[in-house]
Design a binder for this molecule. Structure first.
Ligand SMILES: [Zn+2]
Length: 246
C-alpha cells in the first residue's frame, strides 16, 4: 500500500505518540469496515476487514482516531444504568447509539483535516444514504425513529455537501418523519453550535446529543472518568449514568 506524504507523516506522528509501530490487521470478520484499537501494552492497531480495500482514506481515518485517543479523547464510553433498568436490550441500544453519536462528533472534528488531505471521508456514507433513501424501495420505512434521527444527524455533520441534508429533510417530511427529523437536526445543531475542540467539550456535546435523542425516556449525565496507562499513552473511559424516566 502506497501512502501519500501527508498520511505517511500522520502515521509517523502516531508511532511517535505511542512509541511503537502501528500494527495493521485484516480480520475476516469485523463489525465495521475498519476500526482502531489500542492494545493493553499500548500498541496502536488498525483493523480493516479482509473483504474491503485498505484504501489510504480508511488508513488515514483510523490514524486520526488513534491520534485523538492519544490526545485524551474518550476511548470508550460506558453506561451505568440506575434503578435496575439494565437489560440486554438497553445495553445494546446504548452501545449502538453511543457509537454513532461519539463517532459523529469525532468525525465532525477530523473530517475537515481528511478533506484538506484530498480525501473524501463521507463518500461511503453518502452512497449508503443514496441507496437507502433516494433510490431504494423505501428501506427507511423499516428504521426506528431513533435510527432515522441518528441517520439525519450523521448526514448533517459528516457530509460536506449541504444539499445532502436538504434532500434528506425533504424526503423525511414527505414520509411523515417530522419527529426524527427535528431530533436529528437538534442533535446536529448542538455539535455545530458548540464546535467541540477538546475532550471535555466532546463529552458535553455527546451527552447533549444523547439526551436530546432519548429525551422522552432517559436522562444521561457524566458519572466519572477512569484513566488506564497503556504503554506510552493513557486511554480514557468515560462512565455515564443513565436514569430511566417514568
Ligand atoms: Zn471513524
Amino acid at each position: 500500500m502506497f501512502l501519500g506524504l501527508e498520511t505517511e507523516k500522520l502515521w509517523l506522528e502516531v508511532e511517535a505518540r505511542y512509541g511503537r509501530p502501528v500494527r495493521t490487521e485484516r480480520p475476516p470478520e469485523l463489525e465495521a469496515n475498519a476500526e482502531a484499537v489500542v492494545t493493553d501494552n499500548g500498541t496502536p492497531v488498525i483493523r480493516i476487514r479482509e473483504s474491503v480495500e485498505p484504501t489510504e482514506g480508511r488508513i488515514a481515518h483510523e490514524l486520526l482516531h488513534l491520534q485523538m485517543v492519544s490526545e485524551g479523547f474518550a476511548y470508550s464510553i460506558e453506561p451505568r444504568f440506575r434503578s435496575g433498568s439494565v437489560t440486554a436490550e438497553n445495553l445494546a441500544l446504548f452501545r449502538r447509539t453511543a457509537e454513532v453519536v461519539h463517532n459523529g462528533v469525532l468525525h465532525w472534528m477530523f473530517y475537515p483535516k481528511l478533506r484538506s488531505m484530498g480525501m473524501n471521508p463521507s463518500e461511503e456514507f453518502g452512497g449508503q444514504l443514496a441507496e437507502t433513501f433516494f433510490t431504494g424501495a423505501a428501506a427507511g420505512d423499516a428504521m426506528t425513529e431513533q435510527d432515522l434521527a441518528l441517520n439525519f444527524f450523521k448526514a448533517s455533520i459528516e457530509t460536506d455537501d449541504p444539499e445532502i441534508p436538504e434532500r434528506l429533510a425533504a424526503h423525511y417530511l414527505a414520509s411523515g418523519w417530522q419527529v426524527p427529523l427535528d431530533t436529528g437536526r437538534a442533535m446536529a445543531e448542538s455539535v455545530t453550535n458548540s464546535r467541540p475542540d477538546s475532550p471535555e467539550r466532546e463529552v458535553d456535546v455527546f451527552l447533549a446529543c444523547m439526551n436530546r435523542l432519548f429525551k422522552e425516556n432517559v436522562a444521561l449525565s457524566v458519572l466519572g472518568q477512569t484513566t488506564q496507562p497503556r504503554g506510552a499513552v493513557q486511554v480514557f473511559t468515560v462512565t455515564v449514568s443513565i436514569g430511566v424516566k417514568r
